[in-house]
Design a protein around this ligand. Structure first.
Ligand code: FRU
Length: 495
């Protein structure tokens, strides 16, 4: 009997050890992007910096690798790069499941939960909640934490914003409006954004609807808005980000932004909207609140509702983008403001430079290297058309580049693609208004993030190669010169 128990005990120890070693080593598991250990994740929620720690909450289903009853998962980081998964922050309750929302630090205790309480403002979603004779599928609620986001209490008089028969009424993003000394909230409702104001996070007054005239239509439901002030050479502009469930330029879900002014009640749009990312897999991106120096750092969910639940991973499903810092800039040719996004500086710290080539003779080939966890960057000049290919010995490859001012990305042979026909139905082609002279391509196990011209254009795409890409080829038209090619290895954040 004793021997048998000893045997059982060592088996358990062994399998635990084995599992630990396997964790974050599974096929397609990103090595430097956040993924939960297990199960399904979608939108980032409640991004907030507090007491030297970045908190990332997220839509999480703890019991399955497909979407289901939503909770708020939680991860923390000191540097936005290395993440620690914490215990689940918010569980469904009698008012419903916990959908997307935001978090802030209530420095002046306006809500009465305590000085510096971390307050989460989120959507309760339920199919059977009736308030004052109205069906309340979606209402806005509060929860707070007095111990750095570890333990949460729901506010006793939830919801703080009920709803009168709107089906889609969700994803509150709350921020402290320093100009007006009030809290503001943007909320996505059907095909518009509603703006609210409050002194105490509890009593909210509706102020206005935002829905631009002659807007693009058929973009599906509006989701996950964000609104914040930025500065360009002393001029202040407000940026309103919004995600759309369907029919964006990539065929599925995507994110765009407006630039204009905001007076605490009404957002006035001043120019045509711009897509924040031109790829397939960048959704529900929002910025952190309370970051030092008022930096705007955004994280998005790296997937697309078209096929998100079918991607070929089993233990976990979906990753976040790398955190990107947003900067406001002005295009003197197009006469519009735009956002640049660049991966946060802390990313440099997990890089090991493996090779730098000053002047590159085209066609260029680099072989026998693991290119899957790397950052490849270079400048180009003197020509327009370029094609960059990453491939492996199994014949799997992606190619991307520019022809006739059109950016293309081909993942039809990238690896596993047959989990959904929409995943690789066509080569993606995106007309660009600029000549591209700077490329940055960041490859992780199952993603490719591309930033062109110092983050003026961003293209984020998932890929599922069954073996690592080991060959890099660069071809260009006559006259094209490639300089300062850097191939940098990225270390795993999970070791
Ligand atoms: C966006 C979204 C949100 C919603 C959440 C539910 O991806 O549909 O609008 O709150 O996901 O998980």
């Amino acid at each position: 009997m004793r021997l048998f128990l000893l045997f059982l005990f060592s088996c358990t120890l062994f399998s635990q050890q084995n599992r630990k070693e396997m964790l974050y080593q599974e096929p397609f598991r990103p090595q430097f992007h956040y993924t939960p250990k297990n199960n399904w994740m979608n939108d980032p929620n409640g991004l907030v910096y507090y007491d030297s720690t970045y908190h990332m909450f997220y839509q999480y289903h703890p019991n399955s690798s497909v979407w289901g009853p939503m909770h708020w998962g939680h991860a923390t980081s000191k540097d936005l790069i290395h993440w620690k998964e914490e215990s689940i922050a918010l569980y469904p309750d009698s008012l419903g499941k916990i959908f997307s929302g935001s978090a802030i630090v209530d420095k002046n205790n306006t809500a009465g939960f305590g000085k510096n309480a971390m307050v989460a403002v989120f959507t309760h979603h339920s199919d059977s909640l009736w308030i004052k004779g109205y069906r309340n599928t979606e209402v806005q609620s509060l929860a707070y934490s007095l111990d750095n986001g570890l333990n949460w209490k729901k506010y006793k008089n939830n919801p703080v914003i009920a709803n009168s028969n709107e089906k889609d009424f969700r994803d509150p993003k709350v921020f402290w409006n320093e100009d007006k000394k009030i809290w503001n909230m943007v909320l996505s409702v059907g095909d518009r954004v509603k703006i609210f104001a409050s002194d105490d996070l509890i009593d909210w007054k509706f102020k206005s609807d935002f829905k631009p005239k002659n807007d693009l239509n058929n973009l599906g439901v509006w989701e996950c808005p964000d609104l914040f002030k930025m500065n360009y050479q002393g001029k202040e502009k407000w940026v309103l980000i919004i995600s759309h469930g369907n029919n964006t330029p990539n065929g599925g879900s995507g994110t765009r932004y407006f630039i204009g002014n905001f007076d605490g009640e009404t957002f006035t749009n001043e120019q045509a909207s711009t897509w924040l990312d031109l790829g397939f897999d960048y959704y529900a991106g929002i910025t952190f609140s309370n970051v030092p120096e008022n930096k705007k750092i955004l994280i998005a969910w790296m997937s697309n509702w078209l096929y998100a639940q079918k991607t070929p991973t089993e233990v976990w499903r979906s990753a976040m983008t790398l955190p990107r810092e947003l900067l406001l800039d002005y295009d003197n040719t197009a006469h519009i403001y735009f956002l640049r996004q660049n991966i946060v500086n802390q990313f440099q710290e997990i890089k090991t430079k493996i090779k730098e080539y000053k002047n590159v003779r085209l066609p260029f080939r680099k072989e026998n290297h693991n290119l899957m966890e790397s950052d490849i960057s270079f400048d180009s000049k003197g020509g327009d058309d370029i094609e960059i290919t990453f491939s492996n010995e199994l014949g799997e490859s992606i190619s991307l580049g520019i022809t006739n001012n059109i950016f293309f990305f081909d993942r039809r042979k990238s690896g596993i693609t047959d989990f959904d026909e929409k995943f690789s139905a066509e080569i993606q082609r995106i007309p660009l208004n600029d000549n591209i002279h700077k490329f940055q391509i960041v490859l992780d196990k199952s993603s490719c993030e591309i930033l062109l011209n110092d983050g003026k254009y961003s293209i984020t795409n998932l890929i599922f190669p069954t073996n690592k890409y080991t060959k890099l080829d660069i071809k260009g038209d006559e006259g094209l010169e490639v300089e300062n090619l850097r191939v940098e290895k990225i270390n795993s954040i999970w070791k």
